[in-house]
Every structure is written in structure tokens, then in C-alpha cells.
Design a protein around this ligand. Sequence first.
Ligand SMILES: NC(=O)c1ccc[n+]([C@@H]2O[C@H](COP(=O)([O-])OP(=O)(O)OC[C@H]3O[C@@H](n4cnc5c(N)ncnc54)[C@H](O)[C@@H]3O)[C@@H](O)[C@H]2O)c1
Ligand SMILES: [Fe+2]
Length: 398
Amino acid sequence: MNVFKKCYCRIYQFAFKAALPLFPYREPELVSGFSEVPDILKRNRVSSVLIVTDQGVYKLGLTKDLEDALNANEIKYVVYKDTVPNPTTDNVEAAKDLYVSNNCEAIIAVGGGSSMDCAKGVGIRIARPDKPLGHFAGVLKVHKKLPLFIATPTTAGTGSETTLTAVITDAETHHKYPINDFPLIPMYAVMHPEITYGLPPFLTATTGMDAMTHAVEAFIGNTTTQKTRAASIKAVKLISDNIVTAYSDPTNHDARNNMLHAAYLAGTAFTRSYVGYVHAVAHSLGGKYGIAHGLANSVLLPIVLKEYGRHAYKRLALLAHETGISDAPSNEKAANAFIAHIEDLNKALSIPEKLEGIKEEDIPELAKTADKEGNPLYPVPVLWDAKMLEKIYRLVMK
Ligand SMILES: NC(=O)c1ccc[n+]([C@@H]2O[C@H](COP(=O)([O-])OP(=O)(O)OC[C@H]3O[C@@H](n4cnc5c(N)ncnc54)[C@H](O)[C@@H]3O)[C@@H](O)[C@H]2O)c1
Ligand SMILES: [Fe+2]
């Protein structure tokens, strides 16, 4: 990256860091089950809601307890269940039309990051019907309050239940972009570990390593605070101690509960301290080829950390020391032990070392997309331009 762009990126990131204490961050109110939802709706004078989910979650009956609670309290609802992984602008428009035609006044998401982000997209379109969704890509462009929004994560996972982000894919261009603004932080999050019991092992593994990626990228960036560093450390410890159990013993309550908590903590960390190039590259792959977000991140994480090299040694070593993953006194050794720990977890979870489906001829365009997402926003340990990002695609492609 040329020196002018480097300066621009670092000044931009510094400005966001300096403004951090002034930003209106908040966290959702946590509730432990759907039985509490009708009272929340009544308190907010809501009589009709849109439930946003996907076919897999719906078919497993994971919205049934919510529907029963709404029926018992005579609250009308309509279900949008066609959200796809890497949710699209078409999903958002179709769900928004249901919201409007049923006179809904609130949105409840039941699902992974895809359903939660689709629901956030609906909220944006309701609050800002004047503009298409793509207009809000980037930071601080939504401005207006969304309708009451309750998020129920069914993966442990994205942390979308506490973040100010929605990641949406343009149905026509396949460009996947994050929208970041404070009104997107859910008002309530239903944290119910039993709802994740049926998450298949491979999805448990990859969505859990997505949460690991949030914690690590937030920790090694330049925009951390004491609070986000502490959240990242706790999340890394919880994931390291519980992910293999959740993978091999899906109904283990403690492991599922700890994973849900870890994903939430990692969400609180990265929503303030940002992610890095792992996410920028993963989003481009999700948009172009539909590669699942968790899978892309878990495979990319050790590759990108290795490429950061000496620029990330000090912070990775600190993370390794604070989590007890390594006590090596040399930063280089401790950092490499941390990367080896991630590789060991990936192996234990049968996560592949490479990603299938990436085409050489697409790489320059993919790298440009990742460059546009990551720079200047992400406060990464070392800045890479599109040319340097191309290398990451070649390292990860099968
Ligand atoms: N908003 C944010 O802050 C944020 C952060 C990271 C990622 N994301 C986005 O979130 C999306 C990925 O979300 P995800 O990883 O949670 O997966 P997902 O929502 O795409 O779900 C993946 C699959 O898991 C199934 N599933 C979900 N919960 C289940 C359960 N309890 N039991 C059985 N099956 C279940 C779904 O049916 C689906 O087929 C991506 O688009 C990504 O970009 C958003
Ligand atoms: Fe993620």
C-alpha cells in the first residue's frame, strides 16, 4: 500500500478510536426465553409482529414456542422463513413487504446471523423507505430509529444479537456489504442455549470459530479498549474450553451455554473494536460464491494471522498469555503457539485447511472488494492493499 493511503487509513482509524467514548453504544436487554416476549411487546403497545427466520430453523420447530406464546396472548404475527445463508436484498424486500401488508409494528428474528441480519435489513427499510439498502453500506448512514427489534440467536456465532452490523448481499451483483450504525443494535436478545442443541456438528464448529475470529480480530486491532480486550480474552477462553464438547456432545447444556455467552462477548468486542482482513476476505467469498461465513472465517483465520507475521506477534502473544494458551516468554513463540492452537482446534473440528470453489480469474475483483471493505475502516495490525490481499485468496484456495 502506498504511503499516502497508509496515512489516510491510520488517520481515519485514529479518528474513530478518539470518538469511541462519544458514540452511543448500548447492549440489548437479555431475556432468557420466549415466554417473556409477549410482555415486552405489550409494554411497547405492539399488536402485530414479523418473525424472520429460515427454512432450516423453521422446519426444526424452533419458532414454535414463540408462536405459542404470541397466540396465547392474542398477538398477531406473520412468519418470513425464506432467509438464505448470506441473506440478500431480495430476502429483505420480501420480508419488508410482509411487514407492511400485515401492519406489523415489531420484528423478531429467530435464527443465525443470516436471519438476524435480514431482520435488521427490514428494520432499515421500514425506518428509511426513501433509499435502497445498498445506500446504507458503510458506517453511520442509517440515522433513524428502527422498529422494536428482538433478536434470538440459534447459532453461537455471529454475535449479531449485540452488534450494530447487518451484512447483506446484493441479489444482482453478489456484492456482500456490512451496514454499521447504532440503531441496528437489537433492543432485546433472547438467550436460550437449548435452541442451539440441534445445530449440526459442522455448523457448531464453523459458527463457533466465527465467534473466535471476532474475538481475535478485535483483540489484535488498534482500536481496543480495556473492556473489549477483556471480552475478547474471556470469549477465546470459553470457546477454547467448550467448542469441542459442543461439537461432539450437542446437548451438553454447559458447553452450549458457554458458547452462546462467548459469541455474545465476542460480538460486544468487535462491534466496538472492529474486525480485520479475515472478515473482509470472507465477506467477498460469501457474496461471490455463497461460501458460508463461519467456514470461510475458520479456514482463513490461521492463514491471515500467519501472514500478519511480526506485526501481530506482540498482541497475539498477549492473547496467548492472558488465555493461558502459551507461557512462552518470546512474543514470536507465544504468537505462533496461539496460531497452532487455532489450527489444532480446526483439526479437532474437522474444518478443512483450504476452501473449494475460488477461481483464479475472480481473484483481482474479490481482492478489490475486500480492500474496499477493510480500508480505511478496519484497524488491522498491518495494512494491505488489493494487490497484497490477492495473496490471501491464493493461499486459501484449493
Ligand atoms: N451482524 C453481525 O454482526 C454479523 C457478524 C458476523 C457474521 N454475520 C453474518 O451472519 C451470517 C452467518 O450467520 P450464521 O453463521 O449464524 O449462520 P446462518 O444464519 O447462515 O445459518 C446457517 C445454517 O444453520 C442453520 N441453523 C441455524 N441455527 C440452527 C439450529 N439451532 N439448529 C439447526 N440448524 C440451525 C440454518 O438453518 C442455516 O441453514 C453471514 O451472512 C455473516 O456475514 C453477521
Ligand atoms: Fe463473523
